[in-house]
Design a protein around this ligand. Sequence first.
Ligand code: NDP
Ligand SMILES: O=CC(=O)O
Length: 324
Amino acid sequence: MKPEVLLYKPLPDDLRARLDEHFTVTVIKDLTLENADRQADAFARAEGIIGSSSKVDAALLAKLPKLRAASTISVGYDNFDLDALNQRGVVLMHTPTVLTETVADTMMALVLSSARRVVEVAERVKAGEWRGSIGPDWFGTDVHHKKMGILGMGRIGLALAQRAHHGFGMSILYNARKHHEEAESRFNARYCDLDTLLREADFLCISLPLTEQTHHMIGREQLAKMKPDAILINAGRGPVVDEQALIEALQNQTIRGAGLDVFEQEPLPVDSPLLKLPGVVALPHIGSATHETRYGMARDAVDNLIAALSGKVEKNCVNPQVLR
Ligand SMILES: NC(=O)C1=CN([C@@H]2O[C@H](COP(=O)(O)OP(=O)(O)OC[C@H]3O[C@@H](n4cnc5c(N)ncnc54)[C@H](OP(=O)(O)O)[C@@H]3O)[C@@H](O)[C@H]2O)C=CC1
Ligand SMILES: O=CC(=O)O
């Protein structure tokens, strides 16, 4: 008999067919306690789950007594209670690498659009405001040859440094928990502590995961150390930045602007003060959202679940210790 799995995100037809070849699949809208009660039999029998974004905590795991593997269609896994998974011996699979270059493209797009005010001025053109030769009130600030400070020099940080250094002649500063030899040799990147990064960067680019340690890592005190002309880019997770403190820094013009793909609450509430600030470019968490990359992530997630439930995990495992 095929193992039973819960699918909580639509898949392209060919990937859905591949999943059906290996498993008996029940589709649910979201992994919630309400749906667990509504579809109790499917939850009780599920050995695997595959999807993205839903919160998977101890209470939800209690509804999944047979669960052996979770496969998230994302690289970030802050929505999973990892300790609870480990205690239960549930293997967690994710999709690093396949999305790295696309997310770095998105971050570079945020750097360029916020510095050159692309969204704002394009809207002004559409509103019929371009009536003569433009003046300084349409000008932006340069990107090329400026200093990029990367907070989180992992896969995405490295791919961003490649674009910024080799494409735009930018000098690279970075902070992470450890030194990254590859960044230093390929991009002449300089490791520094967080305070130095904040004080020196023209663009503070955040590609950190959300953890207990990174939650509100950038707050009022840190924002106050940034240059008045600096721009903050966040494509890691919203709660890495204290959003209220960021709003105040932007309103008080102690920093120039922000390019944001992630927010403390998503979708971003329509009444967020961020949406009223001209120096802000706000995107709807589209870091990896291209047809090619989202397909690749779904493909990897399906393969990851097949590998995990057949005991053949070779890569993409968050908690390999549970396999031993
Ligand atoms: N906006 C979007 O659509 C997307 C967002 N993301 C987000 O980007 C994150 C990063 O992805 P990826 O680059 O693949 O992950 P990696 O694990 O490769 O990189 C994470 C980096 O963060 C650093 N880091 C972690 N904790 C700390 C800390 N406490 N202090 C300083 N540095 C820290 C790590 O440091 P060290 O190297 O020293 O271990 C590492 O350099 C994801 O977790 C996800 O949240 C990812 C994809 C899409
Ligand atoms: O935010 C997206 C991810 O893959 O993580």
